[in-house]
Ligand binder design. Sequence first.
Ligand SMILES: *Cc1c(COP(=O)(O)O)cnc(C)c1O
Length: 402
Amino acid sequence: MRDQSTELIHQPYTPPEGFAAPQPGVFKASTVFFPNVAAMRSREWKDKSAYTYGLHGTPTTYTLEERLCTLEGGLQCVLAPSGLAAIALVAMALLKSGDELLIPDNVYGPNKTFSEGELAAWGITHRYYDPLSVPDLVAKIGARTRLVWLEAAGSVTLEFPDLCEQVRACQRAGVLTALDNTWGAGLAFAPFDLSPGSAEPLGVDVSVHALTKYPSGGGDVLMGSVITREPALHLKIKLAHMRLGLGVGANDAEAVLRALPSMVLRYQAHDQRARALAQWCLSQNVFAQVLHPALAASPGHAHWAALCGRDSGGAAGLFSVIFRPDVDQQRVDAFCDALKLFKIGYSWGGPISLVVPYDLASMRSTWPDHLARGTLVRFATGLESVADLQADLAQALRLAMA
Ligand SMILES: *Cc1c(COP(=O)(O)O)cnc(C)c1O
């Protein structure tokens, strides 16, 4: 008779096969069992044909990876513990000392910080290019350029670049393109098929997505993905991913799996609210500029219309305003503080609307000509009603500007 503790741990019951329910199960593991040593030696983890270790994949993470490939039109995916970790992974996998990368000046801020604070120390240099000028990008591609980051629309200021021409220019120069696709989310446009129906397929090499935003949808999960269509490129990223030990928790993966089915509907709802509120802000003379790619006067609008404007178009749930220069920082802060439904907080993609004032001067190499001077405030719409959100903006403006 074996000891009770042993009996409990090795209790032989296994439930019947064939359980089917709306949500896939959550498989949690560091250790994965092998039936024998031969299996341990022969199992391959790089191609998802088997399981070897929790870090290398479980049914939960494999399932999420495949669904994200479907969302973005890719063929391979790796998951990272945050969107920023996914960005860092791409650079670490594809660049080595002596290489240079190009970054749009309106890129997600921590991408700049990572390049300045880490890559530079490893001998990997970077240059910032004007996201609205393809000639500027072309001029900055040099003999050491290996990777070009793209982002559409750009973070905070939401300029929409000529993504197709940017990708063409990079392809001509033989440099890899990595798109931060968090805004488009696989819904506003297809990152691997930027000119659908054309004879020559056009797409980015790598799509990075902060799943923290719309795929999670709750403001309660941090995760990122790196999606590709090229097996050799994927393998490079996958090997770096394994060497760096970038795992994600199964409960978090399950949370994203649970939210994915409603993502299209949520994205449309965020989009509809942001467009309506951005339109309303245009009528408020306290704002010198309203930034939202679907507004005709917003920088890069024509590029947005060409890429995302088919059917109803997609434009996510973000917009920014630049206050008139005579509205000082104190009043802008008072406006943000006076908002009741819009909470003050970073990130976006959840049900609650958010607001952040940004110090643009500290974020850009130079203040771009296409942006008015003044304090910028970025809004991320949640799922509250347009009427209530608009009333909230109006009451906060009345209070702060009185
Ligand atoms: C939020 C965000 C990220 C980073 O995501 P985290 O999961 O918060 O690290 C990257 N890119 C863009 C455009 C983002 O908005």
